[in-house]
Design a protein. Structure first.
Length: 80
């Protein structure tokens, strides 16, 4: 329930910002409304592509820099 409310709040915030910016720039309620509708649609389309690109970048970086075989020290431990 909280996750759904948070998501709805984020969508509303994005739409409000898109509307406000476009309205301030153009002075048009119509253009503000179009921006408020298009912005979330663009996010829905582009964010998964963005995430996939970053997964590929992370995989390439991990391949170049494999984790060391030395295990990390436990929390609070000091080197000798």
């Amino acid at each position: 329930m909280v996750t759904a409310a948070k998501t709805a709040s984020q969508v509303g915030l994005h739409m409000g910002v898109a509307f406000g910016v476009m309205y301030v720039i153009t002075g048009s309620l119509a253009f503000g409304g179009v921006a408020a509708i298009l912005e979330p649609i663009c996010n829905v389309v582009l964010l998964p592509l963005h995430d996939k690109a970053w997964e590929k970048i992370r995989a390439r970086l991990d391949a170049k820099n494999p984790p060391s075989s030395v295990s990390p020290m436990p929390d609070g431990a000091q080197p000798a």
